[in-house]
Ligand binder design. Structure first.
Ligand code: ZN
Length: 152
């Protein structure tokens, strides 16, 4: 008696998920998406990621040095994919940086920007990863880079 009941409950749950949410944000990224929305809100930028037609999911990306990517489709839906193996070895700042970079493309519509200061430090989270400037992202410059990301 117990077993069939469980099966029925699982099926019901799956149907609920399918009808209520067409687009899925992997739980691993929810924290960073929330922080992104909060940082936008604090800068008077209106961003509601979960209201968009957006998937944020893990995949194995090729080539191997690709950390994440944002794909946009003709129906205006978007998918951010993050390399699962790389994500697992990043610290909190690195995870935030990677997610904010991809959200910069997919949600804010930003292109790459490789500007640097006189010390060669990248002025934007939206640098293209080619190494033309040095990436530093920590408590000392986070606020400045987020201001730049949200066009302040
Ligand atoms: Zn990029």
């Amino acid at each position: 008696m117990k077993y069939p009941l469980k099966v029925i409950m699982i099926i019901a749950l799956m149907q609920a998920c399918q009808t209520n949410t067409e687009y899925i944000i992997d739980p691993a990224f929810e924290e960073y998406v929330s922080i992104f929305e909060l940082e936008a809100f604090n800068r008077d930028v209106d961003v509601n990621v979960s209201a968009l037609a957006i998937n944020i999911e893990f995949a194995s990306l090729e080539p191997r040095n690709l950390l994440g990517q944002c794909l946009t489709y003709s129906n205006e839906s978007r998918t951010i994919t993050i390399d699962k193996e790389i994500w697992s070895v990043l610290d909190d700042y690195e995870k935030e940086y990677l997610m904010f970079h991809e959200l910069g493309h997919c949600v804010l519509g930003k292109d790459h920007f490789n500007g640097s200061n006189q010390n060669g430090i990248c002025l934007s989270i939206m640098q293209d990863g080619s190494g033309s400037c040095s990436v530093i992202y920590n408590a000392s410059n986070r606020n400045e880079l987020l201001n730049e990301l949200f066009n302040l």
